[in-house]
Design a protein around this ligand. Structure first.
Ligand SMILES: Nc1ncnc2c1ncn2[C@@H]1O[C@H](COP(=O)(O)OP(=O)(O)OP(=O)(O)O)[C@@H](O)[C@H]1O
Length: 233
């Protein structure tokens, strides 16, 4: 079977701090994978390495069968864990900025998502409450027809309604060719949408499995399996 993303032996240190230690991962098309672990586990470093923001010390990343190169970013929609939009922007300016930046940006989709997520394009980015800002960032991300979506804590610190809307947006953006890697430590909140999980701690991959296996073979919820794995660390 084709894979969207293959990661082999990814290793990264920041000075004496080992952030990633020989991490191997594989994500198939059409799947939503959760990258989970406590603060400092290395989740953001993996996403930044895939985005080529961080240069690994060792390892390879293959996207749709091709090693990462300077064109790869055009196939990846990245939602960082902080607001990267300029404060002076209105939402409509952010939409225009994304349309100019990314050839895969679909303006019709952005309109649909603004309606679905109840986003006002006239609103000023600097005045958006956190739930509305997160909705706006997810709207921009999923208005792109990317092959891979990298989401860093897309539901951190927001209300249940916004969270639900964001999870629905992620699900509705899926097709048989793309995949999602979602980094979070909010295991309970995302478990219903996940197809696969990767558990990371102190830069090491502790366990990985499909949600189906965890439920049917192990007889556990993802949260129960997470607690079992991390209790033994
Ligand atoms: N630019 C950097 N300089 C120095 N150390 C860094 C840098 N980026 C990450 N680290 C360190 O690498 C380790 C992994 O950090 P990372 O941000 O990837 O973890 P995380 O799982 O995303 O954590 P969180 O859930 O808190 O965002 C941590 O020990 C962190 O302090």
């Amino acid at each position: 079977m084709n894979t969207n993303l293959n990661i082999f032996g990814l290793t990264k240190s920041f000075g004496s701090q080992l952030a990633l230690d020989d991490v191997h991962m594989e994500i198939q098309p059409g799947r939503i994978a959760g990258l989970m672990g406590p603060n400092g586990a290395g989740k953001t470093t993996i996403l930044k390495t895939i985005m080529q923001i961080v240069k690994p010390d060792a390892g390879n990343i293959i996207l749709n069968g091709i090693p990462l190169n300077h064109n790869s970013r055009q196939e990846i929609a990245y939602l960082p864990d902080h607001n990267h939009l300029f404060k002076w922007m209105r939402v409509r300016d952010a939409i225009a900025y994304y349309r100019d930046m990314f050839v895969d940006f679909d303006s019709e989709k952005s309109k649909e998502l603004c309606d679905f997520l109840k986003i006002d394009p006239q609103a000023h980015v600097r005045t958006l409450p956190s739930g509305m800002l997160e909705r706006t960032l997810i709207m921009l991300t999923f208005s792109r027809k990317a092959k891979l979506y990298l989401l860093d804590e897309p539901i951190g610190g927001i209300d249940p309604l916004a969270r639900q809307k964001i999870l629905q947006t992620i699900l509705s953006g899926m097709n048989e060719d793309n995949s999602v890697l979602l980094a979070t430590h909010l295991v309970n909140e995302v478990e219903t949408i996940l197809d696969d999980v990767f558990f990371l701690d102190k830069g090491c991959l502790l366990a990985s499995d499909s949600a189906e296996n965890i439920r049917e073979q192990r007889g556990k919820s993802i949260m129960e399996y997470y607690l079992e794995v991390f209790e033994n660390v």
